[in-house]
Design a protein around this ligand. Structure first.
Ligand SMILES: CC1=C(CCC(=O)O)c2cc3nc(cc4[nH]c(cc5[nH]c(cc1n2)c(C)c5CCC(=O)O)c(CCC(=O)O)c4C)C(CCC(=O)O)=C3C
Ligand SMILES: [Fe+2]
Length: 382
């Protein structure tokens, strides 16, 4: 590969980073407005919202997600500065302040025109990828409305690729599992490993990803590595592949088996979501004689509310009632290797050389190609 363009003068170089996340409330008064933003138009029953609000109130109405994101951003700024990369990092969210629309307007006002977007989800599929593209598109629509002249001097927002297969993501996850295993009292009993991620409706999972006859095109990219079986389910297959990779990296650790489970489902009960649920699974494991479990929240970047409530309270209670030894592994967000991974991803594309679009996701929130997060469609043959 030729590399004549590592300088900032390169017109295809990027000039800033947008750290794009989910958002969460900073106090009790923000809980319901936040939840209304999250579920706008999504058919989540009122009782579910009220139950989820209680989870937030349990922590004083403060989600840990904002503090954790700000910590990651601070570490990322330091890492980019250490590498001599003059790329300011901005923070924007889908559902709470700082809202991505406001952040993007500020970035534009500050003179940025080519922006790399780092999403705090490692995954493909609707919730993990497509919805972040929708956020990008919405922010650009808002910019066009607020700054009509921006059409003459447009802003480019390019989302970084899914990073669940990055070695440092896997290594950080494996070390967190090792620490959790070591935190349990020493025992001859084997430790049963359980990997958990956010559940999604099965219909949503099935609707994103490659079909069989495009599978061969998906084996050679960052977001597609190891993904060869067809028929949608990009998200759940990536999650499983990441869990398997973490388990393989643990070689020699005291674990006897690996299970993939799901958590935090919502929606009406008659609509199927990915299963088994973590709590049901603990019951099954106990019935099968398992008495020592480590849970890895592989699906989550940081210890946000769904981790500290659903795993550290609900699942931990179930384990206690069942008389199981239980430990939850840290999420990867506080591991320095995860920050290094973000900086590496940024550097891989910062000079405008790597063709991110070839990896499946388009610029400015446009629709991803069919092997990513848009509905499965068979390619037309000539
Ligand atoms: C795959 C996935 C991720 C991982 C990828 C990623 O990280 O983006 C994720 C992350 C998160 N989910 C979060 C919170 C919520 N998710 C909800 C609802 C939903 N999540 C879904 C999926 C996912 N969600 C889905 C299919 C729904 C149903 C409604 C809808 O399709 O939108 C609801 C509404 C109430 C409820 O239904 O439970 C809340 C409050 C928080 C912030 C927590 C904090 O405050 O610390 C984070 C990081
Ligand atoms: Fe995508």
């Amino acid at each position: 590969m030729t590399s004549q363009s590592s300088s900032a003068q390169n017109s295809t170089a990027f000039d800033a980073v947008l750290f794009l996340s989910f958002g969460g409330p900073n106090g009790p008064d923000e809980v319901m407005p936040f939840l209304e933003n999250v579920t706008r138009g999504r058919g989540i029953p009122r009782e579910r919202l009220e139950a989820v609000a209680e989870h937030y109130y349990h922590f004083g109405g403060v989600s840990p997600i904002n503090r954790l994101n700000l910590d990651m951003i601070e570490s990322l700024r330091a890492e980019l500065a250490r590498r001599g990369r003059d790329l300011p990092v901005y923070f924007g969210n889908r559902n709470w302040e700082p809202m991505v629309e406001d952040t993007v307007e500020q970035m534009y006002a500050d003179g940025h025109r080519r922006v790399l977007v780092f999403p705090t989800s490692a995954w493909g599929g609707y919730s993990g990828c497509r919805q972040y593209h929708e956020d990008i598109a919405r922010a650009l629509d808002a910019l066009a409305a607020r700054v009509p002249d921006s059409a003459d001097d447009p802003l480019l927002l390019r989302k970084l690729p899914q990073y669940w297969a990055e070695p440092s993501f896997v290594d950080a996850g494996a070390d967190a599992v090792r620490r959790a295993v070591a935190s349990l009292p020493a025992s001859d009993t084997p430790t049963h490993l359980v990997f958990t991620a956010h559940s999604v409706p099965m219909s949503a999972d099935a609707a994103s990803g490659p079909v069989d006859d495009t599978a061969e095109r998906t084996g050679d990219t960052t977001n597609g590595e190891g993904i060869t079986a067809g028929g949608g389910r990009l998200y759940s297959r990536q999650v499983r592949a990441a869990s398997n990779a973490v388990a393989e990296a643990l070689e020699g650790a005291a674990h006897s088996d690996v299970d993939q489970v799901w958590q935090s489902r919502s929606g009406p009960p008659q609509i199927p979501w990915l299963e088994p649920d973590i709590c049901d699974h603990l019951e099954s494991l106990s019935a099968a004689g398992v008495s020592r479990v480590v849970v890895s929240p592989v699906g989550f970047i940081s210890d946000h509310l769904e981790v500290v409530w659903d795993l550290d309270n609900e699942a931990a209670d179930v384990a206690e009632k069942l008389g199981m030894e239980y430990a939850r592994a840290d999420s990867v967000g506080t591991d320095p290797r995860f920050i290094t991974m973000i900086a590496d991803l940024i550097e891989r594309y910062a000079d405008g050389e790597g063709d991110l679009r070839a990896l499946g996701c388009a610029d400015n929130g446009a629709t991803c190609r069919p092997n990513c997060c848009v509905p499965v469609r068979r390619p037309q043959r000539a």
